[in-house]
Ligand binder design. Structure first.
Ligand code: IVH
Length: 687
């Protein structure tokens, strides 16, 4: 490669890496495997070393990837703008390697600088999202994400929902207060760690997302980081997140070693892993790595490697940092496990919203402790990209997804009799001609009201726990559908005991129980009824924000795409999908019948009109108020106003509480939109 070619490749690599970082940290939907990413970064690093004249301070080899939302673009699934705060100490990343000899090189380099009298702390590398907690006087004061390493998003309220993070530290039983030291912990310190989602919670969450036809998270790391940035703090509690802490920082900490600091943290009730080991030689480190390379498969959470740290704090200080990494630590990363097996056939499955997904049937093969028979192929584009043929030998990997994915084809083993798979043109279930959605690279069956799988899928979704919460298994719905008793959600509320008794195996008692559960469902709040309607792309949290923004179903049905875009969490695709739903006459009719049956189609009591003082006004809120943000939004609606997530020329005013988002203030000022505080707002609505 000559110099000009190197320049072009450097620019190209930077672009790919920056975009991959954005997909990974901001959108939580990675486009490259960790290994592919790390290899590109290494290639860039070596080119920059060879041509130092092309090194720049903003290169991804020198900067940590940022999880901050970039201006003007909102991350998928998160409309929330978090307050941002600077980190007291920069929050860096770790140098990594897949090669044991490089771990050795790290040790040799370190001993050149600091001699030989030191130890290593070897730990698991937790595969989650980094968090920085500040404790003041023993109380959790603030939680920041890594952000861009200098500034992080304030996710304190969400972190307070994570069960194993103490709000208040506990005094160890052997602590004796003295005049000089009245509490066991420093007045203020930071402790950093990882928020992760154990496998069990991850699998449950993805199963629910698949049922709701929401995109499943690619791996527990993305699930953890997406959950940490949820709009509604209360939803974080249900995500099963956990935390482990691995790095304490503070001014004049009273510890000689990292290990001592972590032991003290554990004694104050902080979650610190006990899977740590003090190693004295490279041999010890190798043993620790080899042990966990096998043993990690038995852990209830994901680990992607081992972190090796110089244990003595004064030596850490002596070694210092680069702009991106500490020189006193390195990560050894495990390679993802792969298996090679034969692709036997491809099934095309129709989902509740009509999306047709190809699923591979494989010759059963062992992979990370389970037998794999099915693998995901995502869509027709991916099948083409892989150039996959039926009969091929294919590589499968468990990227953390519920069903493993096919990552490549072993072309050297391709036989002459392999067949090019043909993506169906017609729905495998009802025979309707499929429609291709270019934006989503997916094919859809358009026969929403006639395709049996879609009808049954929608009915199952309607009754599901997070929707109407009616106790009924899929088999019941199958029975009702087959007897032509239920075609449409509204039919459920017209069922009578005598109808149910015609079903095989049903008795008075079971019929009564089912009808009672349906009756109970009439109390389900509007936001869940909206979710139950099964509008494409409208998941649980979107339904909530749309319900809060518009207050009732008529306002949503009458809203234009532009107006819908004002709701938090709603982008173009979702807004169009809501629009399409209400343009369909059958859907409108179903809603009317459900209304007549007594389901809730307006937000609760608070939606009762209190006044018209805000009629026709669209209001954006930012910051904290004396009441919760949700209550504030309900108050706006109760006084005839609308709540919107983003400021535009049509915003009536910005209601700013304590610590409003600086971006919002800037935007309001630039558009000349009035900013009013809580007191003024209360006067406005009350008088
Ligand atoms: S120590 C100055 N220890 O891995 C950096 N990091 O890929 C100190 N991580 O940014 C970090 N487990 O988010 C440390 N036991 C562990 C870790 C760990 C996971 C994360 C951390 C870091 C990333 C680098």
């Amino acid at each position: 490669m000559d110099k000009a070619q190197a320049y072009i490749r450097i620019q190209e690599l930077k672009e790919i890496i920056i975009e991959a970082n954005r997909k990974y940290y901001v959108e939580n939907s990675p486009v490259l495997s960790d290994f592919e990413f790390d290899m590109l970064l290494k290639e860039l690093e070596s080119l920059e070393n060879e041509y130092p004249e092309y090194q720049t301070a903003d290169s991804p080899t020198r900067k940590v990837g940022s999880d901050l939302k970039t201006a003007g673009k909102s991350p998928k699934g998160s409309g929330k703008e978090f307050e941002q705060h600077p980190h007291k100490y920069p929050m860096l990343s770790l140098g990594n390697t897949y090669d044991l000899t490089e771990v050795e090189a790290f040790a040799t380099r370190a001993s050149k600088d600091i001699g030989t009298g030191f130890t290593y702390s070897c730990e698991l590398k937790f595969d989650g999202t980094a968090i920085c907690l500040t404790y003041r006087d023993g109380k959790l004061f603030r939680a920041l994400t890594r952000g861009d390493g200098r500034i992080g998003d304030d996710v304190t309220e969400n972190v307070r929902q994570i069960g194993n993070i103490p709000q208040q530290l506990t005094v160890p039983s052997d602590f004796v207060p003295t005049l000089l030291q009245s509490s066991p912990w420093p007045d203020e310190f930071e402790i950093r760690g990882e928020i992760y989602m154990p496998w069990e919670s991850f699998e449950r969450l993805n199963e629910e997302r698949l049922k709701d036809e929401e995109q499943p998270f690619a791996n527990p790391r993305n699930a953890a980081s997406g959950s940490l940035k949820l709009i509604d703090s209360r939803m974080v509690a249900g995500r099963g997140l956990e935390c482990t802490l691995y790095h304490m920082l503070g001014d004049d900490l009273p510890f000689a070693t990292h290990d001592e600091a972590l032991n003290a943290a554990a004694s104050w009730g902080l979650p610190v892993s006990d899977k740590r080991h003090i190693c004295r030689s490279v041999k010890d480190i190798d043993n620790f790595i080899n042990y966990w390379d096998t043993e990690r498969k038995t852990l209830p959470f994901a680990t992607d490697g081992i972190v090796i740290k110089i244990n003595e704090l004064h030596l850490q200080e002596e070694l210092g940092y680069t702009s991106k990494f500490p020189k006193w630590a390195v990560a050894y990363k495990f390679k993802a496990e792969q298996a090679l097996t034969r692709l036997l056939s491809i099934d095309y499955q129709v989902g509740r919203t009509g999306a047709v997904t190809p699923v591979a049937n494989l010759d059963p093969v062992q992979l990370s402790g389970t037998v794999v028979k099915r693998a995901s192929l995502h869509n027709a584009d991916q099948m083409k990209q892989l150039d996959i043929h039926i009969g091929d030998y294919v590589y499968v990997e468990k990227g953390g997804e519920i069903i493993p994915k096919i990552t490549g084809v072993e072309f050297s083993r391709r036989d002459n009799d392999v067949q090019v798979p043909e993506f169906p043109e017609f729905c495998p279930d009802c025979g309707a001609r499929l429609i291709r959605d270019e934006q989503e690279a997916k094919s859809f069956c358009p026969n929403q009201s006639g395709c049996p799988t879609q009808i049954k899928g929608k009915l199952v979704h309607f009754l599901s726990r997070k929707a109407m919460n009616v106790i009924a298994g899929d088999a019941t719905i199958e029975q009702l559908y087959n007897k032509a008793l239920v075609w449409n959600a509204a039919d459920f509320y017209e069922l009578r005991t005598e109808h149910l008794l015609t079903l095989e195996g049903w008795k008075e008692k079971s019929a009564e129980r089912f009808l009672k559960s349906l009756e109970e469902s009439k109390k389900v709040p509007f936001e869940r009824v909206l979710f139950a309607l099964g509008i494409r792309h409208v998941g649980e949290s979107t339904a909530k924000s749309v319900a809060t923004c518009f207050g009732n179903i008529d306002a949503i049905a009458a809203a234009s795409v532009e107006e819908l875009l004002k709701a938090e969490d709603v982008g173009q695709i979702i807004a169009e999908s809501i629009r399409d739903f209400f343009e369909d006459e059958t859907n409108r009719e179903t809603v009317e019948r459900l209304k007549a049956a007594g389901l809730k189609f307006a937000v609760d009591s608070k939606a009762t009109k209190l006044s018209d003082s805000l009629a026709g006004k669209t209001i954006v809120i930012s910051g904290n108020f004396s009441i919760s943000r949700d209550e504030m939004k309900s108050l706006i609606i109760a006084h005839g106003g609308k709540n919107s997530g983003s400021i535009s020329g049509r915003t009536a005013f910005l209601l700013a509480g304590d610590k409003p988002g600086p971006e919002k203030i800037k935007k309001a000022e630039s558009l000349g939109i009035e900013i009013i505080d809580e007191d003024k707002f209360m006067t406005l609505i009350n008088g």
